[in-house]
Design a protein around this ligand. Structure first.
Ligand code: NAD
Length: 256
């Protein structure tokens, strides 16, 4: 039961972040949703979670590509017992053609944002005497594929940040872990399908089974509910001694 806890989930107006927010709210946590936009729809997502679950839910705009805004998100939330570093973007291109601004944006959003939010959140967790840092890495935090240099560097990097955070909090009731999803069908993955279809000259179903899920032995996408359930487990008492590691939710990808 996470009632009385506040969870901040970066990049949570869609996909995995939203799924995690919904599951943590189901488990009783108050939730803070975030993205870089400030639309009616963004705030409506928080209202809906509050209506369905009865927890307090709100949406705070902050651009995770900017260190100061990452820190401000945590301060504005006012409490942070559970920090889910989830915001992430992708760009697919060979290294010699990879635009520098894409590299910089991916490192900023997928990696550096977690440094800034963690730095701002740890003092609050210490004051509260309990905390959970959960970083959303990827199967690509443990293995590589061509053309995703920045993403893979950032996702490997966040595993290192997770371990360091765990060691710096090891004697406190705070844990830091990563979740490494395989392919989850979210807008981020959906947006890669047309390019991959073109690249391989295949239809949608063929590209999903034979290209995207080629390395996912289960041949099924993982779901955002499974990511939320894994995050909720990491917040439970059963996970008190789980720190500095990762949980793969990847249908066997990293067993290959
Ligand atoms: P998504 O595109 O649905 O969600 C990404 C979220 O990040 C969105 O809410 C978006 O608004 C937010 N975001 C993007 N730029 C931002 C910024 N500058 N500031 C604040 N928020 C920003 O994608 P998703 O698949 O749900 O991805 C969520 C996380 O899971 C990412 O870190 C991604 O790398 C990781 N992941 C996804 C998969 C997958 O198969 N979908 C697999 C492994 C890891």
């Amino acid at each position: 039961d996470l009632s009385g806890k506040t969870a901040i989930i970066t990049g949570s107006n869609s996909g995995i972040g939203l799924g995690i927010a919904q599951q943590l709210a189901q488990a009783g946590a108050d939730v803070v949703l975030n993205s870089f936009t400030d639309r009616k729809e963004d705030h409506a997502l928080a209202e809906e979670i509050a209506n369905v679950t009865g927890v307090k839910a709100r949406y705070i705009k902050a651009d995770m590509s900017k260190g100061e805004e990452c820190r401000k998100l945590i301060e504005e939330a006012g409490a942070c017992d559970i920090l889910i570093n989830n915001a992430g973007i992708q760009h697919v291109e060979p290294i010699d053609k990879f635009p520098t601004e894409k590299w910089d944006a991916i490192i900023a959003i997928n990696l550096s944002s977690a440094f800034h939010t963690t730095a701002a959140a740890l003092p609050m967790m210490r004051k509260a005497g309990w905390g959970r840092v959960i970083n959303i890495s990827s199967a690509h935090g443990l293995t590589a594929s061509p053309y995703k240099s920045a993403y893979i560097a950032a996702k490997h990097g966040i595993i290192g940040l997770t371990k360091t955070t765990a060691l710096e909090t090891a004697e406190e009731p705070i844990t830091a872990n990563a979740i490494c999803p395989g392919y989850v069908l979210t807008p981020l993955v959906e947006s890669q399908i047309p390019d991959t279809m073109k690249e391989y000259d295949m239809g949608r179903e063929e590209v999903i089974k034979n290209v995207m899920l080629k390395r996912q032995p289960s041949k099924e996408f993982a779901t955002v509910e499974q990511m939320g359930g894994t995050a909720a487990f990491l917040c439970s008492a059963a996970a008190d001694q789980i720190t500095g590691t990762h949980i793969s939710v990847d249908g066997g990808w990293t067993a290959l």
